[in-house]
Design a protein around this ligand. Structure first.
Ligand code: MG
Length: 355
């Protein structure tokens, strides 16, 4: 994880993160070499103007406008929103227009993985329901017979009311996606996520043409409003999964959510990796009229537990954005100093909520 700090002359600090397994050395080089010179001496409250200055002045020309470059801008943008809201003493969601979801937003457990046999998948699903979730996600796309067995076992175990989402992480071809979609409709899945390569817009359109009850979702690997507009223009998407810490920050993803809304589509963010990303996405979801389906990474991740004093909690299937000023999460700098990057990946997969 890359933690971004933006500090003002008054000593206020905003925090952000470009969320993804991007090479940390490249992120640091981009931030110091390409971003910082554009921000020094600026007024941090001019969030929209600074987004444009960074994107059109640097990112769209030099630094990767569809991936790591825009991810870095995302982290900076989140830090600027955090700063501005802290300066005003209000939570970010209030600056974004206020709370749409008074009692919280629906969260889903993400995810039950490929290597789990059907009985164990059903058991795991019941465990997440026991923790308070009303929806959960299953990874699919490696072996169709197994995928279908897992979907059926989970549906039989949890009953018809629980939201079941499936995610292929771009691993299917058009025929495979077509076949899986038929089973997903039979089992009553809520959405099919990243069925195909992110470059196959036409394949997504063809899937969407035949789908009756299962939504076609994608977007954790799309960056910027123009990438999402290509899918929307081609009738290739139902759920836009733009992540604020990747797709351009709060400033850009608000535009993507509006793009979805203007075409009667849904924006539900991808959220993974770290607590800053969780909080930032949750603030925007909270201030958005879209029906919420909020991703909660339930795999074990030490950066979710140790980096902040704030903990995501679930009640009756709902989660709430932090209420404090800014993003509303304190960052434990002792934890940060105790965990410098040593050049190796250090996130393990385990059973987070059960320790
Ligand atoms: Mg996914």
């Amino acid at each position: 994880m890359c933690l971004i700090e933006v500090e003002t002359d008054e000593g206020l600090i905003g925090y952000g993160s470009p969320s993804g397994p991007y090479p940390l050395g490249v992120l640091a080089g981009l931030i110091e070499g390409a971003i910082t010179p554009h921000l020094l001496g600026e007024d941090p409250r001019d969030v929209e103007r600074l987004w444009h200055k960074l994107y059109f002045g640097e990112i769209s020309r030099n630094a990767g406008h569809r991936s790591i470059g825009l991810a870095v801008v995302s982290g900076i943008d989140i830090a600027l929103w955090d700063l501005k809201a802290k300066a005003l003493g209000v939570p970010v969601y209030e600056l974004l227009g206020g709370k749409f979801h008074q009692y919280g937003v629906t969260a889903y457990a993400s995810s039950i993985y490929w290597d789990v046999p059907p009985e164990a998948a059903a058991e795991e699903a019941l465990r997440w329901i026991g923790h308070g979730f009303t929806a959960l996600k299953l990874k699919v796309g490696r072996a169709q017979t197994k995928d279908v067995a897992n979907m059926r076992a989970i549906r039989d175990a949890v009953g018809g009311e629980v939201g079941l989402l499936i995610d292929a992480n771009q691993s299917l071809d058009r025929i495979g996606a077509n076949a899986l979609l038929a089973h997903a409709e039979e089992v009553g899945c809520h959405w099919l996520e990243e069925p195909l390569s992110i470059d196959d817009i036409e394949g997504h359109r063809l899937l969407r043409e035949i789908r009756r009850t299962v939504r076609i979702a994608t977007g954790e690997n799309l960056y910027g409003r123009w990438s999402f507009a290509d899918f929307v223009r081609n009738d290739a998407i139902d759920v836009l999964q733009a992540d604020v810490s990747r797709a351009g920050g709060i400033t850009e993803v608000r535009k993507i959510a509006d793009l979805a809304s203007s075409h009667h589509l849904i924006w539900n963010p991808h959220t993974f990796n770290d607590i800053i990303t969780v909080a930032a996405n949750l603030h925007l979801v909270t201030a958005s009229p879209h029906p919420a389906m909020f991703e909660w990474d339930v795999t074990y991740n030490g950066l979710m537990e140790g980096l902040s004093d704030w903990r995501l909690g679930i009640t009756d299937g709902l989660v709430q954005a932090p209420d404090g000023p800014g993003l509303g999460i304190g960052i434990d700098m002792d934890f940060v100093r105790a965990h410098p990057w040593d050049g190796r990946p250090s996130i393990g997969i385990g059973q987070g909520m059960d320790g």
